[in-house]
Design a protein around this ligand. Structure first.
Ligand SMILES: [Zn+2]
Length: 94
């Protein structure tokens, strides 16, 4: 049995898919969590640390150190592509 594979070779490099914009997240932040241009969630720090502070009604501790949904948090998350900075911050607090 002979199998023939045809491969097309072109000079063009396929473009990566466009990253989706998140206008809904920005609109939610503007409408609900900003006050005079400042973030009511993180105080413009860009991160939210609820470790040891947030529990479910059953008592399960569900806090975490995460990036905020505000512009500062989004930019920080974007530049921390592999999450290494956030992991280092989590180790400092423990
Ligand atoms: Zn924030």
């Amino acid at each position: 049995m002979v199998v023939v594979v045809v491969v097309a070779v072109t000079d063009t490099v396929p473009k990566p898919p466009k990253m989706p914009t998140k206008p809904a997240l920005a609109n939610l932040w503007l409408a609900e969590f900003s006050h005079r241009g400042h973030c009511c969630i993180c105080g413009n720090h860009g991160t939210i640390d609820t470790r040891g502070k947030v529990f479910t009604p059953a008592g399960y501790e569900c806090g975490d150190l995460v990036y905020c949904i505000c512009p500062n948090g989004r930019v920080m998350k974007k530049h921390d592509k592999d999450g290494s900075w956030l992991r280092q911050q989590k180790l400092k607090k423990n």
